[in-house]
Design a protein around this ligand. Structure first.
Ligand code: GLN
Length: 472
């Protein structure tokens, strides 16, 4: 019985609760027990008590949600994958999490992640790596690796994560689930522990596109506590179109050729055939600056991170090293609290912002960012959506790229241009290569989430991906 219950998609389970066929508290208990069996190191914390009463008729029906540990949750450990925040109990809850709870999706647990969301494999977590449920010797992707692994493994019905350069879409791809990086500003960043504030955006990680639309619908909104939040100009619709007639898809050679593994390219080609069969048209569009996305991103994101992470000094949050004087206390706290990748980014970012180098690095990266946004703008004059692989490779082995930061950064090749331009993109499973999932990415203009979700839904039906191979 419990097994069947947990096989339902979140939308189906919520419907049963609303129809009175299932109690929200039984559903929560079943998921809590399942989450507690985690052997992938996907969770950092699992709820230890039932949630407050779910209001009758709540739109999400009481289906619990796993929360990336980057979101502050009142009185619940929130460490953003960092030892420097060990023991930190925030005095408030992030707006996105609060909104989901109000809509009837209580918190199931907090999921493991790369430290401060810096990483593409979850191996930068201060609390150990997460394993990919398709093959436990491989990474789940990152930085929202715990959220992606939990959903793929059937340890959570759905989850939320954040994406700065690919951290929702890439782990979704590597774990064979759906992940949406929404338009910058559509969801409040209030209560998200900041990495790169001009790029960070929350979004859903789900088993299918319908769950993705449903969860996203209740995350969006303008929030007075985040002055960069805009909400969405239209209500998020649950997709139901099974055709792609009249939709024009752009295929950018820069993000679909060199560097993409043959197995990934084959699944990508198949999805292009599906698009045509469903009535969509394909057209080559150039994004001439997108191959400079990685270079620009790895200046801009560390620059913003170096400023954001200055607040972790041992005085206000979490860890505090014992030292004789104040300056040594700051230094020792940061020395012991931060991991290697975080230190590397702070140094890179501080250097890129230092006087004399600011224009050569940060200024130039910002100009590239503008060019990338212009590339997308002109592409979207000709096509409705852009389609690419999400990740150039399938899930790689644990430890395979840890000694080579540049190889690790290249994992984000197909996903960084979109956040640089502030535009939305989804990853859906396209099929398997060597028994490992391959993600297909659809990107659209700012605020085109409904179009993206409709197209992703139609494609999902045609692909018919079976994710049960990863569920226990
Ligand atoms: N992998 C990228 C990085 O390491 C993106 C991370 C993210 O989107 N948070 O910065």
């Amino acid at each position: 019985m419990t097994g069947d219950l947990l096989d339902l998609t979140a939308a189906q389970a919520g419907q049963r609760v609303r129809a009175g066929e299932l109690s929200a508290s039984d559903l929560f208990e079943a998921w809590r027990e399942r989450a507690a069996t985690d052997s992938l190191n996907a969770y950092r914390w699992v709820a230890d008590a039932p949630p407050p009463e779910i209001a009758a008729g709540a739109p999400l029906g009481g289906v619990p949600v796993a929360i990336k540990d980057l979101f502050c949750t009142e009185g619940v450990p929130s460490a953003a994958g960092s030892r420097i925040l060990e023991g930190y109990l925030p005095p408030y809850t992030a707006t996105a999490v609060e909104q989901l709870a109000q809509a009837g999706a209580p918190m199931l647990g907090k999921t493991n992640m790369d430290e401060f969301a810096m990483g593409s494999s979850n191996e930068n977590s201060g609390f150990g790596p997460v394993m990919n449920p398709w093959d436990e010797s491989r990474v789940p992707g990152g930085s929202s690796g715990g959220s992606a692994a939990a959903v793929a493994a059937g340890l959570a019905p759905w989850a939320i994560g954040t994406d700065t350069g690919g951290s929702i879409r890439q782990p979704a791809a590597l774990c064979g689930i759906v992940g949406l990086k929404p338009t910058y500003g559509s969801i409040s960043r209030y209560g998200m522990i900041a990495f790169a504030s001009s790029l960070d955006q929350a979004g859903p990680l789900t088993r299918d596109v319908t769950d993705c639309a449903l969860l996203f619908r209740h995350m969006v909104g303008r929030d007075p506590l985040d002055s960069t939040s805009t909400g969405l100009p239209e209500e998020v619709r649950l997709p139901d179109q099974e055709r792609l007639d009249g939709l024009r898809f752009g295929v950018p050679p820069e993000l679909t050729r060199g560097g993409v593994d043959p197995g990934v390219a084959a699944v990508f080609e198949q999805s292009l055939r599906h698009i045509e069969e469903l009535g969509g048209t394909l057209e080559e569009v150039s994004l001439p600056h997108s191959d400079q996305g990685i270079s620009a991103y790895y200046v801009i994101a560390p620059a913003e991170a170096s400023a954001n992470l200055a607040r972790f000094d041992g005085v206000r949050y979490g860890l505090r090293a014992e030292a004789g004087d104040l300056a040594s206390m700051y230094e020792d706290t940061r020395e012991h609290g931060f991991g290697d990748e975080v230190k590397r980014r702070i140094m890179l970012g501080t250097y890129a912002l230092s006087s004399g180098y600011y224009d050569a690095y940060y200024g130039r990266a910002q100009r590239v960012r503008t060019k990338i946004a212009e590339d997308f703008r002109s592409a979207f004059e000709r096509v409705d959506l852009i389609v690419t692989p999400t990740s150039p490779t399938v899930a790689f082995g644990l430890g395979e790229r840890t000694d080579d930061p540049l190889a690790m950064y290249l994992s984000d090749f197909c996903t960084v241009p979109m956040p640089l331009a502030g535009i939305p993109a989804i990853s859906i499973p396209g099929g398997l290569s060597d028994e490992l999932p391959v993600g297909i990415q659809l990107a659209g203009p700012a605020f085109s989430e409904n179009r993206i979700l409709e197209a992703a839904y139609a494609l999902e039906q045609a692909i018919g991906f079976d994710g049960s191979g990863a569920r226990g």
